[in-house]
Structure formats: structure tokens, C-alpha cells
Design a protein around this ligand. Sequence first.
Ligand code: ZN
Length: 368
Amino acid sequence: MNANDEKKQVIIRNIEYLLTSSPYAENDTAASDLFSDTISELFSYHLKSSELYRNIIQGLSGSQITTTPETLADLPFLPVNLFKELDLKSSPTDQIVKTMTSSGTSGQVSKIYLDKDTARYQGKVLNSIVSSFIGNKRIPLLVIDSEKTVKDRNYFSARTAAIQGFSLFGKKPAFALNDDFTLNEAVVRDFFEQYSSGPYFVFGFTALVYFNFLHILKERNLSFKSNQGTLIHGGGWKKLQDQAVSNEQFKAFTQDTTGIQKVHNYYGMVEQTGSIFFECEEGHLHCSKYSDVYIRRADFSLCEPGEAGLIQVLSLLPLSYPGFNLLTEDMGEITSMDNCPCGRSGKTFKVHGRAKRAAIRGCSDVQY
Ligand SMILES: [Zn+2]
């Protein structure tokens, strides 16, 4: 085992250690120290493992790369878009078991190369985060997607990964959409008839849930009156933002059509699958022990809490590609630090939506 393999084992041991307790441990300074140490390890691990990454960082930092900056916020980050333009990987090609793509329908897609360990810990961490909200017991699951999305072996997208991940909580997942993404009314009726009296959950990508499920139910005058379920949705508000649908309206619409009162949005991206930011009962997106968020101004200085800027995301999980520290194209703000009324500790934030193209281009020009 060379020194860099050992580094990888240290990172994995740290993740394993965090997995032994709740993902939102109460004021756990040991966990936050471990997070900082592991991010620093990831930084030097990827510098050694990927020449392309090293060259990019070198370009950003000038001649001297500081692997031990004063704070995590001082570490260089990559713009998330680079994964659309470059093949960034830190594991040898023969160790790559899966290539995941973003589910964008137009333009370039991100390509994320997963080795066995990365795929494994993505699953474990997702499990730890989600089960802390909906419990460990497998309950009936209605997936707002087509079964095609998980069956097509030639296509492994962020949606495939998410459905597979969330299916672990579900008993016999039922798929609400046909192969052409129209609503399969019979499946939906059958699901609510059978399961609406007990706990169940519904999962899907935000736009599919809104346009292909809730909207169609309303159009067809179908409604269900079951308040025993939980809806979990994520994958971006872009399309809903265009229609000016807020999170509150989304929740009200869900309750009107399905009766479901417990709705959790999550924020995440294909580049950091697993360590998703889950929305608590108070409507705040929470960082877990596996993730962190910074908000930056156009000049990359850090925003104050409550001040809107570009969202930067950190995750402990990307081992086979250097995606642990990324600047997104989304705007957001920090909403609380260790004092969310839901009782979970850690940083919370909210997402305002996509930044205007001009702002992002401006940022890219400055730094790259
Ligand atoms: Zn909360």
C-alpha cells in the first residue's frame, strides 16, 4: 500500500466512524474537527491522484499549493461545470465501476466516475440521512418516475442513483409514470387504495412530481385524502422557478391533491451524490456531518448569514473524482447556525435558485 492508498483508507475510516452515530449529532465538535481533517485529506489525496486536478489547482494557486490553509474556506474549489467539460477522475480506469451522468436533457452533461468505495459510501450516507427522517423500517413506496429510468442498463443518471438509493427504504416500489412519462393512473389509484391508511412514502424529482404527478391529478380531478405519507423530492427547482412556484405553494399543492402533509425537499447534485442536504420540518436545508456549505459573493469573499450569494458545497464522499469542494451555479443564503428550531445542530441554508448566467460567466472569467 503506498502513502496515497493509506490516505484513502484514513478518509474511509473517518466516514465509517461518522456512520456510527446520527448524521446531525448535537453540537459535536469532534465530528466537525473530523470533517475538517477529512476534507484536508481529500484535498491532498486528489492532488496526488489526479494530474488534471493538480494542474487546475496549480493554475488557481500560482506556484505554491498550500495543503494546510488556516480554515476550510481557504481551500481552492472547482466550479461544478468543470465536470461537464473535463474527465476528472482520481482512481485508475480499471477501478471505475460506474459512470454517472447528470440528468439534464439539453446541452452537456456531467460525467462522474465512481469506484466501488465511492458508490458504497454514497449509499451508506444517503441511508443514514434519510432514515434519520423517515425511520429504518421499509414502507410502501410510490416512485414518481418511469421504471425505465432504473431498468436501462446503458444509462446511469443522477435519477437512477437517487431512485435506487431511496428504494432501499421502500417495500415493492410502484412506478407512477409510464415509459413516456405520462401518469399511470391505475398504479396510483391502486397504491393509495392499498396503502394510504398506514405510513408510506412518495419519492421523485421535483419537476416530475410537480408537472407529471400533482398537476395531472388536479387536471383529472383526482385527489386522495391520506395524511399518513411523506413526500421526498429533490433535483432542482429550475423548471418550477420559471413558473414562479415557491416551496410553500408546492407543499400546499401536494396536500390539496394527495393529502400528504409531510414534504421534504432535498438539495444535492450528481457531483456529490449521497451527502444530500435534507429539508427539516421547519423548512430549512441542513448540512450533515458529511457536508458543509459556504455562500460567496461575486468576488468570492464569504457572505454573512442572511446575505445571498453563490452556494459552495463540500462533501466527504467523492473519492474516485475530485468533487469534494465545488462552487455551484445556485444562489442561496445561510439561515441558521446550530439553532434551527427543529433541534438538529449544524448549519442550515436556503436555495434561491439558479444564478443569472451573466453572474456565473463573470465568476468564471475572474478565476479561470
Ligand atoms: Zn431544522
